[in-house]
Design a protein around this ligand. Structure first.
Ligand SMILES: O=P(O)(O)OC[C@H]1O[C@H](OP(=O)(O)OP(=O)(O)O)[C@H](O)[C@@H]1O
Ligand SMILES: O=c1cc[nH]c(=O)[nH]1
Ligand SMILES: [Mg+2]
Length: 209
């Protein structure tokens, strides 16, 4: 089990300050999430496998490397969709799996409502995307479901993590590396991250909690 990687990157943090602000419009919120996603891609992919290849430059043949495929991105609906476009912009060869989970706001447990996955899941490097890791129930459930369908090489990327979510996800899936832009203080009595950024799905899609 590797320690979670918390970026605390100066440029990402500058976007985080804008994202957290309660008056940030859905339009701006979506844009900042997308920009943060793009800034996180190099960290989320730094140890992806590559294979050697040769390319003819105008001058000679260069030995270089390209990403090994398949690569699958898996946003957890809905809020994970906010990260998808930024990842796909830099990784256009990736396929996309969708997992629909809605957290029951009383029990705080995730309720599955959709699963759709490309083939070759068992060979693929799978990057699970969700801006929020709160109790860790949704991320754990999504990863369990992907493993049930054959996924073997998974990593989880979020924007804001709570200590409780990190503990739960690491104990349920010690083989899955976790990357977060920021680690926040904890959860309130409703399972929301403090200070957090509120309900990410509602803020991305302009729906009210
Ligand atoms: O770590 P947890 O305690 O499980 O909470 C985190 C989950 O809650 C949010 O989704 P939500 O259920 O609100 O669905 P939404 O994306 O449709 O808003 C968030 O996007 C995560 O999936
Ligand atoms: O703080 C939180 C916790 C769960 N889901 C969110 O969108 N935000
Ligand atoms: Mg939500």
């Amino acid at each position: 089990m590797s320690a979670p990687q918390i970026l605390n990157h100066p440029v990402i943090d500058d976007y985080m300050a804008k994202l957290r602000y309660k008056e940030c419009s859905p339009e701006d919120f979506r844009r900042f999430v997308r920009q943060i996603a793009m800034l996180m891609v190099p960290y989320a992919t730094s140890n992806l496998p590559t294979r050697s290849c040769s390319v003819d430059t105008p001058l000679e043949t260069a030995s270089t490397r390209v990403l090994d495929e398949p690569l699958i991105l898996c946003p957890i609906l809905r809020a994970g969709l906010g990260l998808l476009d930024g990842f796909l912009t830099l990784l256009p060869q990736a396929s996309v799996a969708h997992i629909g989970l809605a957290r029951n706001e009383e029990t705080l447990t995730p309720e599955p409502y959709y699963f759709n996955c490309p083939s070759r899941l068992s060979e693929a490097e799978v990057i699970v995307l969700d801006p929020m890791l709160a109790t860790g129930g949704s991320a754990s459930e999504a990863i369990s479901e992907l493993k049930k369908h054959g996924a073997k090489k998974l990593r989880f990327v979020c924007i804001v993590a709570a200590p409780e979510g990190l503990d739960t996800l690491q104990s349920n899936h010690p083989d899955v590396p976790i990357l977060a832009a920021n680690l926040d203080r904890g959860l309130n009595e409703h399972g929301y991250i403090l200070p957090g950024l509120g309900d990410a799905g509602d803020r991305i899609f302009g729906t009210e909690a």
